[in-house]
Design a protein around this ligand. Sequence first.
Ligand SMILES: NC(=O)C1=CN([C@@H]2O[C@H](COP(=O)(O)OP(=O)(O)OC[C@H]3O[C@@H](n4cnc5c(N)ncnc54)[C@H](O)[C@@H]3O)[C@@H](O)[C@H]2O)C=CC1
Ligand SMILES: O=C(O)[C@H]1O[C@H](OP(=O)(O)OP(=O)(O)OC[C@H]2O[C@@H](n3ccc(=O)[nH]c3=O)[C@H](O)[C@@H]2O)[C@H](O)[C@@H](O)[C@@H]1O
Length: 437
Amino acid sequence: MKITVIGCGYLGATHAACMAELGYDVLGVEVDERKRELLAAGKVPIYEPGLEDLLAKHVASGKLRFTDSMEEAAAFADLHFVCVGTPQLPDSMGADVSYVEAAVASLAPHLTRPSYVVGKSTVPVGTAARMSALLAELSSVGEKAELVWNPEFLREGFAVKDTLEPDRIVLGVASERSEKVLRDFYAPILATGTPLVVTDYATAELVKVSANAFLATKISFINAVSEVCEASGADVVDLADAIGHDARIGRRFLNAGIGFGGGCLPKDIRAFVHRAGELGVEDAMTFLRQVDDINQRQRQRVAQIATAMLGGSVSRSRIGVWGAAFKPDSDDVRDSPALNIAGRLHLRGATVTVYDPKANETARDRFPTLEYADSAVDAVRDADLVLHLTEWPEFRSVDIAEVGAVVRRKQILDGRNLLDLPAWREAGWTARGLGRR
Ligand SMILES: NC(=O)C1=CN([C@@H]2O[C@H](COP(=O)(O)OP(=O)(O)OC[C@H]3O[C@@H](n4cnc5c(N)ncnc54)[C@H](O)[C@@H]3O)[C@@H](O)[C@H]2O)C=CC1
Ligand SMILES: O=C(O)[C@H]1O[C@H](OP(=O)(O)OP(=O)(O)OC[C@H]2O[C@@H](n3ccc(=O)[nH]c3=O)[C@H](O)[C@@H]2O)[C@H](O)[C@@H](O)[C@@H]1O
């Protein structure tokens, strides 16, 4: 069976390579020439563990190809997955769905056989119904071009595994026929016992944003509690361990720290609130504004604690920053809390040197005025303060004595609450976490 994947960024490149791995012939459609050429050469423009091997294998075997032509896409397959971006609009909290509209509108006129267009992008509720109407209107086969909404739940850093072994598959469908086509398509994954939820468009769209909103809420909840821990001398990690033993709560996504970032959670919660407003139920989602505020506050809080550790002013001090990506095992710096904090301190007059095992280049593109080092030790040479902001495992195994020998002052702030603070203190450091003893 043949499929196309329209939009080959983080989501689309992963989907394309993984579907080739399942045995399908895949044509990726990508408008960005640089990305398309890299992908066609078997190279992934992003760092995602395991993805390049998979992609290179299937490009070499011919199961995976890339194009920029929708005409070619329409001729190639009858099943098309839309994976284009839905970023936050520049002038509002809402999501920009124009890339989804453009993808559907440019594919539809070329469809000459009954086809299925499957939206995977994260969209405001109501988008799928509009895209379904647009598809029927613009395709020469009319309603024989059907739309399905199939939101994606993969996490960066685990994208390949999450695609091949998802927690669940959700299908928003308008007909039994399209449900059957998608059930057959995902049969290799469903055969392993993966739960399948078949529902309507609106529910499928809302499942996705609700899942991200819940995860964001969990993180902001523990971050808010961490501030109370700090004020009262309690320890938020012990607290999270203790409440996490309750299966109704669960320990995952209860790591207090500098907060969530990335290309999805922040923009998705804002788009959710915005859409609720358009639907006249903004009050129901007011708490999500607080979730966002608490998240922003964490960045401010870390900058404040860092300033206090430097005696009330960061001006003329040197700060070494460990981590730039919004999370480990990724080079994605979209809305990265680590870089936001580094940038704030730089703006206040500190010399800030950043090291990230994989994201130095993507960080330099966005924050060219920061300095970048090639190792954890080089980043903190002559530093007055070390900030641990992205939890790459290598930062937990640094040689404390080696780091101590190169810094100017032995001060470290653990923005991810994962370092062994007692070990640092034993070596003569002032070591702090967020809401930690
Ligand atoms: N990054 C992630 O981990 C996940 C992302 N999502 C959602 O998936 C969607 C895509 O996200 P990312 O992959 O992160 O974005 P991205 O920005 O990395 O990729 C989007 C790609 O689509 C391409 N594109 C735009 N218009 C096109 C068109 N008309 N034809 C062909 N290509 C086109 C762009 O050039 C870009 O390469 C978003 O809605 C996001 O919320 C959902 C789950 C996970
Ligand atoms: O819609 C999306 O794009 C994806 O968004 C998130 O995935 P992702 O952004 O890749 O990363 P997460 O692992 O969710 O982490 C998000 C942010 O939260 C932070 N985080 C996570 C967990 C935690 O306990 N504390 C915490 O601060 C991370 O450091 C990171 O900055 C969701 O986990 C995916 O299910 C979803 O598909």
